[in-house]
Design a protein around this ligand. Structure first.
Ligand code: F6P
Length: 485
């Protein structure tokens, strides 16, 4: 099979290059080994009257193709509809939804443009695997161009309650277009249920055991929680002291305990509540002043969007207030960095920190939580403080789970994490590592691709079920690492 993977952002990264975003970093090692072609945006634009231009380079056993997207539509697609309408909706922030008719048209134009560009990579026995909310309508565009091969879709973000997604202009059209996919994967059972409920509310279509019947045929919705390359991350961490940033951090701590947060600067990540929780912790427990600090890495992202610019100012002001309140001439409570780091350095920073704080208000999975765990030293592991609203909390239930809206509760839990005895830390860490090893990125990738091929066969070969006769799914036992709806 010739697999074509499509996402907006791609990674050509080396372990030392900074990477923004979980999707690109997570996909890199598996795409490299699979021999797939990975197609995405080059980050550059080009006049729409010109032919689609792709820069192609080798990527492991496969290739990376980076397309210049049409200049006239890029802003409306990326900053507009994808990140000012779909992103806030997916993260249950309908108050932040901003969408104009032109933004929607640009989003559809870029989806159609990508579909045309993909034809160049279509070979005998191709299959297409589309990633994320940037390309909800890409499958339908490919079908319109006559593509009959398997097309799958995976959503890396949450899928919200039907009344929230229903607030996105053109939601109905987009959900209908998604039914051109043979298989739609979600991070959690709740996301999958929400999607099926949106299909019923918006389209009034029959759904049987996760299978939807539409004019396109049948579409299967199922759960595939994304994992990480656990061994690779553990190796990076074990070798990390050779990186100057890691050794400088270690030297600077001088016995002090460290908590670490690593996020894109995004309102879904709960950064302001996290900083308030540290503020509260230092006020309530003065013994932690000078003995425990926070390193917060917040990589700027989507800066042209008003909500992101406002957030950047708010977080910077808050950090400066807290440092002003609790800091000393020779001690800074929060080190706050607005830049990205490569995976190998990050692994070393995670291993240096006694506590990882991952407290998003909503998150599809959150791979930082998994990376923090994988990077720990088995003999002296750190503690993960994790939001119960991150998809990762379903698997990493041995973390200290917190409500990211409860500042007092988070302050107490972070203090508990900073002082947790070794026996309990090891017990929790071993339980989490066992889960990570059962659901790696390699298993996620293989399970989805295998299920996609089966879903396509069923779509074309099996008779449609009647409402009295629902199709039983899955027709065979799920494999390690995959949980099916
Ligand atoms: O699923 C969301 C996602 O694609 C993540 O993988 C990544 O963290 C983020 O969005 C990337 O956003 P952007 O490409 O806009 O920086």
């Amino acid at each position: 099979m010739n697999l074509v993977v499509v996402s907006n952002r791609v990674a050509r990264g080396k372990a030392n290059e900074p990477m923004t975003g979980g999707l690109a970093a997570a996909l890199l090692p598996v795409v490299e080994n699979s021999g797939a072609i990975w197609v995405g945006s080059s980050g550059r634009v080009r006049d729409g009257s010109q032919e689609p231009f792709a820069e192609i380079e080798a990527l492991g056993a496969g290739a990376l193709a980076m397309l210049d997207l049409p200049a006239a539509h890029y802003g409306g697609y990326y900053e507009g509809f994808a990140n000012s309408a779909l992103w806030p909706a997916m993260h249950s922030r309908p108050d932040l939804i901003r969408a104009t008719r032109d933004d929607y048209l640009s989003y559809r134009e870029v989806n159609a443009f990508m579909a045309r560009a993909l034809l160049r990579f279509r070979k005998k026995e191709s299959a297409f695997w589309v990633q994320d909310y940037h390309f909800l309508a890409l499958g339908a565009e490919l079908r319109d161009l006559g593509v009959t091969e398997p097309i799958g879709f995976f959503l890396h973000t949450p899928w919200p309650a039907h009344n929230v997604i229903g607030g996105v202009p053109h939601a109905r059209e987009l959900i209908e277009a998604m039914l051109a996919y043979d298989l739609i994967g979600f991070q959690t059972g709740e996301d999958c249920d929400n999607f099926l409920s949106a299909v019923q509310h918006e389209l009034d279509l029959p759904v049987h055991g996760g299978v939807i019947l539409s004019r396109y045929g049948r579409t299967r919705a199922a759960v595939f929680p994304i994992g990480i390359d656990v061994e690779l991350f553990a190796q990076y961490a074990a070798k990390s002291s050779s990186h100057p940033e890691v050794s400088r951090l270690r030297r600077s701590l001088d016995g002090e305990r460290l908590a670490i947060g690593v996020d894109r600067l995004d309102y879904s990540k709960g950064l302001t509540n996290r900083i308030r929780a540290f503020d509260q912790m230092w006020s309530d427990q003065p013994s932690l002043l000078r003995t425990a600090s926070l390193l917060q890495i917040a990589t700027p992202s989507r800066g042209a969007i008003e909500a992101y610019g406002n957030l950047q100012n708010e977080v910077a002001k808050l950090v400066s207030d807290v440092n002003g309140r609790h800091g000393e001439i020779d001690w800074t409570p929060i080190r706050y960095l607005n830049k990205g780091f490569g995976q190998a350095v990050l692994a070393g920073l995670y291993r240096t920190a006694q506590v990882g704080v991952v407290t998003p208000l909503q998150d599809g999975m959150n791979l930082v939580a998994k990376e923090y765990v994988a990077a720990q030293n088995a003999a002296d592991p750190g503690v993960l403080v994790l939001s119960k609203f991150a998809g990762a909390a379903n698997e990493l239930d041995a973390a200290l789970l917190v409500n990211p809206h409860d500042i007092d509760g988070m302050a107490r839990t972070i203090a508990t994490a900073l002082t947790m005895p070794l026996t309990e830390r090891r017990m929790r860490w071993e339980a989490m590592m066992a889960k990570l090893r059962r659901g790696t990125i390699q298993q996620w990738f293989a399970n989805f691709v295998e299920e996609l091929q089966e879903a396509r066969l069923d779509r074309t070969e099996m008779p449609l079920p009647t409402s009295e006769q629902p199709t039983p799914w899955p027709r065979r036992p799920a494999q390690a690492g995959a949980r099916f709806h």
